[in-house]
Design a protein around this ligand. Structure first.
Ligand code: GDP
Ligand code: IMO
Ligand code: MG
Length: 419
């Protein structure tokens, strides 16, 4: 009995929602520890598609779901998600940390204004106010859920903060109707009050007896510390984020599962060495329906990058890998995998610290023969020999076993524990 984590090993959208839902059947509760509604996690069960931005994906399995202190919460989005899940006849047993920070309307406005000011150097954020909310958290000018649900505390906190924020709003020409904002947010506070509690105490009281699943959002390469800075998100999707983002101590996490898409996608700006703009990239984007779950933007698509994946595996102490979207490669005559970067006349398998360097590296590829079809296969033995060869290569190169293979978007299109 202990914690298991599910972490995206690339630039997000690896299929964490599907794998979380699949795994959630075996656990008692599912916890989000970072990010906010920049995330979009898709789960397909019995032909019905669910998209979650804030609610942990385990909710469909009827599990207790928890939003940790490391998450930034847009209250109106969360209320909408609670109502939509309940409308589908699913019971919502939710607890939100009183220490989680609240996304305010001005955070969204500042997100847009910041991007505009960056011009052609913009990050390509989701525009959900994530960066500005985390900025306020670090600057100690944030508002937390525990304050939101207590009207007096909330008003007092808003008054304290507005003084500090005013020059920032003025600089960007942002106007805030403070009374209207307080009224709107106080009503959210009333709706969310029954769910808000002390998550750290709760999790520590159950973690020795129950199975707890930690659902990462985004991916390691978008990590504010370890990712392709500045083209990153503003939190730590990596394993370290679990401890700071929930209050559960490191030794309580028993297993970390890395989710790796069989190829690579990225939304927004920033370097992506294996991006492929030929008909191969187009094929994968089309077959994989690579459009963002949150913003609908087309995802940039390319080959699997094992240099980046090895870096992500190292940073997180990945115990097992879940490979997703293997079926998207069905029908390709050849499949390429990047195993090195050439830069300045030298070949390296180390992921560089600078996005400026990463932009210039030339990927070194190994080439594999393709296969006809893995779509919908549910037994490892039934996989075509070339698909097994591709998986073996990945597993050996990363030195991590592959414990889950996903061959389609639905819960049942999953192979567990291949030999
Ligand atoms: P997340 O953000 O990591 O949860 O991933 P998203 O939900 O944003 O994007 C993954 C997309 O791929 C979703 O539309 C899933 O339904 C879909 N998906 C997940 N696993 C598979 C798979 O094995 N095969 C295919 N074809 N689609 C998948
Ligand atoms: P899930 O959990 C893919 C990207 C944005 C942008 C950068 C910063 O579904 O995998 P932000 O709004 O966070 O300040 O944007 O991060 N990004 C994601 N890309 N999947 C996500 O989440 C993402 N969340 C943020 O596109 O490049
Ligand atoms: Mg997503």
């Amino acid at each position: 009995m202990a914690g298991v984590a599910i972490i995206g090993l690339q630039w997000g959208d690896e299929g964490k929602g599907k794998i979380t839902d699949y795994y959630a059947g075996k656990v008692d509760c599912v916890v989000r520890y970072q990010g906010g509604n920049n995330a979009g996690h898709t789960v397909i069960v019995k032909g019905k598609e669910y998209k979650f931005h804030l609610m942990p994906s385990g909710v469909i399995q009827g599990k207790k779901v928890i939003i940790g202190n490391g998450v930034v919460v847009d209250p109106s989005v969360l209320i909408e998600e609670i109502e939509s899940v309940e409308k589908n006849g699913i019971n919502v047993d939710l607890m939100i940390s009183e220490r989680a920070h609240v996304i305010m309307p001005y955070h969204r406005l500042l997100d847009g204004a910041g991007e505009k000011a960056l011009g052609n150097k913009k990050i390509g954020t989701t525009g959900r106010g994530i960066g500005p909310c985390y900025t306020d958290k670090i600057a100690r000018t944030g508002i937390r859920m525990g304050e939101l649900v207590n009207e007096n505390m909330f008003k007092e906190r808003v008054a304290e903060i507005m003084k500090v924020k005013k020059p920032v709003f003025d600089a960007y020409g942002i106007e805030i109707d403070e009374d209207k904002m307080i009224e709107e947010y106080a009503s959210y506070g009333k709706k969310l009050a029954p769910y808000v509690g002390n998550v750290s105490y709760y999790l520590n009281s159950i973690i020795d007896e129950k199975n707890v699943l930690f659902e990462g959002a985004q991916g390691v390469l978008l990590d504010i510390d370890h990712g392709t800075y500045p083209y990153v998100t503003s939190s730590n999707p990596s394993a370290g984020g679990i401890f700071s983002g929930t209050g559960v101590p490191p030794k309580k996490i028993e297993k970390i599962i890395g989710v790796l898409k069989a190829y690579t996608t990225r939304v927004g700006m920033g370097p992506m060495p294996t991006e492929d703009n030929t008909e191969y990239g187009e094929y994968m984007a089309k077959k994989g329906h690579e459009y963002g779950t949150t913003t609908g933007r087309k995802r940039r698509t390319g080959w699997l990058d094992l240099v980046a994946a090895k870096y992500a595996v190292m940073l997180n102490g990945i115990d097992e890998i879940a490979i997703t979207k293997l079926d998207v490669l069905d029908g390709l005559d050849k499949i390429k995998v990047c195993t090195g970067y050439e830069y300045d006349g030298r070949v390296t398998d180390e992921f560089p610290f600078s996005s400026k360097i990463l932009e210039k590296v030339k990927p070194i590829y190994e080439e594999f023969d393709g296969w006809d079809r893995v779509e919908g296969i549910k037994r490892y033995e039934e996989l075509p020999k070339n698909a097994k060869r591709y998986l073996d290569f990945i597993s050996e190169w990363l030195n991590v076993p592959i414990s889950i293979i996903s061959t389609g978007p639905a819960r049942e299109d999953t192979i567990h524990n291949p030999s």
